[in-house]
Ligand binder design. Structure first.
Ligand code: ARG
Length: 590
């Protein structure tokens, strides 16, 4: 469906043309003065010079052509030459009826579907998820859903950190604690046990311990590096042990992401490209791109136009070991072979921006990607505490994701128990659904690249620009619809009965609804879930205003009531579709 703003602009452009002026002047925008009109056109001012006429004269000419417009109820020329516009109720009602009849509420899918790989999540095996990983998961999941909904062919890849130095640290520490494990016996030729020799809790305790110790103890660190080397060079026992680490860790990660309503199509890790690295390195050397500098293999990536220093991209360390960017480059190579994407998006902490700039330049220079492959870094800001510093636990440590989610859910649980009679079980289930909305909306309603303050009180509040407010609105609509059914109404049967608005608040609700296609399209183009948040916040406000001004169920004119019920159903459907694009859902009751 055409966007409502385009339809309105078309009407205005025709009027400019009929009055003898250039069509382009008829561009319409939202009104700056919603107290005076709904939309406005400033074309007469823009045309004054060209036509050597006072703007108000042009505006009057145009307004005259609109006197019996089916789009504008009023098109008023006001000094010094604005056109103040108010829409015909029937035009607005008709647009909303068409929206109802359309499968995606008036949204047209993209005409150029692209194959897109989204690299997000990026957790590290055996390290607990922390809040830094939260943003990547929340934003990446929403961008994936939005781009997919717009008709792109999208693949989400978690890009597990499963291959570097942390793996060596864990294995080395395991060896110190349990040297008798068969995995460390290099003469062993039999089968390895199928049960892992540790639990997830042990693994998560081992990594920080080993990491701390390696910073204080050089010999210990070297042993760990030797373990990494053994793993990467394929020593059997180390590979078998690593398989256990991955299995235990991935099972735990899946559980955590499931709670977040986040899911990945691919669970590839850095390790997946290990075998491709030699081939990639050879190609980079053969192409004359990579050279040895102070023992390391590097590719220059600086450009003449750089205003900041862009260091060379290091491909192999002097001991021949691969680095973080080696696996990233080899991953690009693998993706180009398997998924053949037109675009790869990286949803990563913005502090890695320069790093990705190097990787992208290197990938282009060494022709790992096609010329028209787009590599895009979507950097997000830091989640801060109320003190404006990166979010910490009360004890000052890094907050684990699980604990953060628990805190939000506890807070929601208390709020629910305070607000109404309910069993603990029911309140706990609702708290989970609403808590997730509070967390995700709190994050997504900010422009992703900005830092934001994590504020449990505000995020869980049922008033203001919050997830719970949106859910309350949806639940309110559901409860009105349920009552209508209880009184013998048939929600399904009246779905298409939307009429022209009879009150201002009803018209405003319709105008808010009508922005759906434009909002989702902009959110997709700019990878900006916050645009969907802004849209649903406006829509929820418009609905609640309408609701307070209108006695819906008490209306005696059944046809009128049916029209409102239909409008409610559409509002609910649009809100629920929108929150699904953000990655959360609404409960039946709150
Ligand atoms: N594992 C990394 C970290 O925790 C994030 C991975 C981001 N993605 C990538 N392709 N490098 O910082």
């Amino acid at each position: 469906m055409k966007k409502i703003l385009d339809l309105i602009s078309d009407e205005m452009k025709n009027a400019f043309e009929q009055a003898g002026y250039a069509r382009e002047l008829g561009k319409v925008t939202l009104s700056n003065r919603p107290d005076l009109c709904e939309y406005q056109c400033n074309g007469a001012m823009a045309g004054a010079k060209q036509y050597k006429k006072a703007p108000i004269m042009i505006a009057n000419d145009v307004a005259a052509k609109l006197s019996d417009s089916k789009v504008f109820e009023a098109a008023e020329a006001v000094a010094p030459g604005f056109l103040n516009l108010t829409l015909q109720p029937e035009f607005v009602g008709g647009y909303i009826r068409n929206m109802r009849a359309d499968k995606k509420y008036g949204l047209e899918e993209t005409k150029n579907p692209a194959k897109i790989v989204i690299d997000y999540g990026g957790p590290n095996v055996a390290k607990p998820l922390h809040v830094g990983h939260l943003r990547s998961a929340i934003i990446g999941e929403s961008v994936k859903r939005i781009t997919r909904y717009m008709g792109h062919n999208v693949v989400g890849d978690i890009h597990l950190g499963d291959w570097g130095q942390p793996m060596g640290l864990i294995m080395n520490e395991l060896k110190a604690r349990k040297p008798e494990l068969v995995y460390f016996d290099e003469d062993y030729t039999g089968e390895y046990p199928s049960e892992p020799p540790f639990t997830i809790a042990e693994l998560e305790e081992i990594y920080p311990f080993a990491s701390r110790r390696s910073k204080e103890d050089e010999a210990y660190k070297e042993d760990a590096m030797a373990c990494t080397y053994k793993l990467q060079s394929g020593v059997r026992g180390y590979r078998a042990l690593w398989d256990h680490i991955i299995a235990v860790s991935v099972a735990d990660l899946k559980k955590n992401y499931e709670k977040l309503n986040v899911d990945f199509d691919l669970w590839n890790g850095e390790s997946a490209v290990h075998d491709r690295i030699p081939q990639m390195v050879e190609a980079m050397k053969a192409g004359g791109y990579a050279y040895v500098s102070e023992g390391a293999l590097v590719v220059d990536v600086k450009e003449d136009t750089d205003t900041k220093e862009v260091p060379p991209c290091m491909i192999l360390k002097s001991d021949g070991a691969a680095l973080y960017n080696t696996t990233d480059l080899a991953t690009i190579m693998m993706r180009m072979e398997i998924e053949r994407p037109d675009r790869i998006l990286y949803v990563v902490d913005k502090r890695q921006e320069l790093y990705f700039e190097q990787v992208f330049r290197c990938a282009r220079k060494t022709k790992l990607v096609r010329e028209d492959t787009e590599l895009k870094f979507l950097g997000f800001g830091t989640m801060n505490g109320k003190d404006g510093k990166p979010f910490k636990t009360r004890e000052g440590g890094v907050m684990r994701l699980e604990n953060l989610i628990r805190e939000i859910n506890d807070e929601m649980f208390h709020k629910i128990k305070e607000s109404r009679e309910t069993t603990d079980e029911e309140a706990a289930v609702t708290a989970q659904v609403v808590g997730l909305a509070a967390l995700k909306y709190g994050d997504l309603s900010n422009q992703a690249s900005k830092d934001y303050i994590f504020d449990i009180d505000r995020f869980t509040s049922s008033e203001g620009d919050t997830g719970p407010y949106i859910l309350y609105t949806i639940v309110r609509i559901k409860s009105i619809l349920a009552k209508y059914m209880e009184n013998g109404g048939d929600v399904q049967a009246v779905q298409n009965e939307i009429k022209a608005p009879v009150s201002d608040s009803e018209k405003q609700l319709m105008l808010a609804l009508a922005k759906y296609n434009a909002s989702v399209e902009a959110a997709c183009e700019e990878y900006a879930p916050h645009k969907i948040c802004a849209y649903i916040y406006d829509l929820a406000n418009a609905f609640n205003h309408f609701y307070h001004e209108t006695k819906i169920l008490a209306e005696e004119d059944e046809a009128k009531k049916a029209g409102w019920i239909a409008l409610l159903v559409l509002t609910r459907d649009v809100l629920e579709t929108s929150i699904d694009l953000l990655g959360f859902s609404a409960p039946e009751r709150m």
